[in-house]
Design a protein around this ligand. Structure first.
Ligand SMILES: *Cc1c(COP(=O)(O)O)cnc(C)c1O
Length: 355
């Protein structure tokens, strides 16, 4: 007997997610918040914990957190669903609305998990190339969105890894053009662009996806979506009952309560992004794609894998591996770090690129 003969045919050729487990490196690869988690907020989180939080199952609807998120976003708790990171919600949407014989439309290059969760859920991923400037090719996309088997389209704005936004006017046209779901992934919305939340009233097929990961809590896995009641009702049938643990629910609540502290960190990151953009552009052979997120995509004229490797040897971890995706053959992505981390990145990149 071969275990590999037992596996689902469409899983057989997939590869496990490759973790980057390096110690003692400057981590500019995963778009996390590089700043110190405020110690007083950490204390507040711990002081809220009760013994029941360890022995008893968490609130399956994350009611307190949803109440707080609802107030902050001006929507009712029924319009919100909290997930174990927004990754879980991407899979949940596809499990609920996709599946065999259905299609998920993905404007590429973009976040890789849309395709991966498409495959895992048995939904066929249909990739639609973006324009050269990474804007949406509206005509091509609408054609695929209008296919009778399409159930979901994912649009990240600001987009990962390219950093550009999709204007609200275009999102409106896309949502209007289809009877299927349009997920607007606002994972980086705190760093640029403006939210499409108010479009929920106008478009019953819209889902807004958000996460705590990029601003504060990547380690605790909290994401959420905002959608109309008809959508959340269906998703709740499929959601794992205890998907977000007690500790994470409390931590997310306290992050919201102390939002101004994280907002200040976001402002620091945005200022560093502007500096990093300028300084990167000043390095001969480097060109930068303007970014509204907490990372920068840049192009080199030599092998990006070599640049990546040499940076890693010097203790700096960034992101490579966009070679297989449309238009990014010579690109690398760097997360905006703290000032001293960015300095070290720039200094080492110059040493590698300038002989
Ligand atoms: C990082 C990222 C996510 C995933 O966030 P989690 O909440 O940590 O699962 C979702 N969408 C995009 C575009 C991302 O870059």
């Amino acid at each position: 007997m071969q275990i590999s003969d037992l596996v689902r045919a469409d899983i057989k050729n997939m590869e496990p997610y490759e973790p980057h487990l390096y110690s003692n490196v400057i981590r500019l690869d995963a778009n996390e918040n590089p700043h110190l988690f405020p110690p007083e907020v950490m204390e507040e989180i711990c002081s809220q914990l009760t013994q029941d939080d360890f022995t008893r199952y968490p609130n399956p609807l994350a009611q307190e957190l949803k109440a707080s998120l609802g107030k902050m976003n001006g929507v009712a708790p029924e319009n919100i669903l909290v997930g174990n990171g927004s990754d879980e919600l991407i899979l949940l949407i596809l499990q609920t609305f996709g599946g065999p014989g259905k299609r998920v439309v993905i404007p590429v290059p973009t976040f890789s998990m849309y395709k991966i969760h498409g495959l895992i859920s048995g939904t066929e991923p249909v990739e639609v190339p973006r324009n050269d400037d990474f804007s949406i090719n509206e005509e091509l996309l609408i054609k695929e969105m209008q296919h009778p088997d399409t159930r979901v389209t994912f649009i990240a704005t600001p987009n990962n890894p390219t950093g550009n936004i999709t204007p609200a006017e275009q999102i409106k046209r896309l949502a209007k053009a289809t009877n299927s779901l349009v997920v607007v992934d606002e994972a980086y919305i705190n760093f640029g662009g403006s939210t499409n939340l108010e479009l929920l009233k106008e478009f019953p097929n819209l889902i807004i996806l958000r996460t705590f990961s990029k601003v504060a809590l990547a380690g605790l896995r909290v994401g959420y979506l905002l959608a109309n009641r008809a959508v959340t009702t269906e998703l709740l049938k499929v959601k794992q009952p205890y998907n977000v643990n007690n500790f994470s629910q409390i931590a997310a609540l306290m992050v919201l309560k102390n939002w101004s502290k994280f907002k200040a960190q976001v402002e620091e990151i945005k200022a560093e992004r502007a500096r990093l953009e300028t300084e990167l552009n000043n390095i001969p052979g480097v060109s930068v794609f303007p970014s509204q997120a907490n990372f920068i995509l840049f192009k080199v004229q030599v092998s990006p894998d070599e640049v990546y490797k040499k940076l890693l040897e010097r203790g700096i971890l960034i992101r490579k591996g966009f070679g297989r995706t449309h238009g990014l053959e010579y690109c690398l992505r760097v997360t905006v770090g703290r000032q001293e981390e960015n300095d070290s990145f720039l200094e080492n990149l110059k040493k590698i690129l300038i002989p």
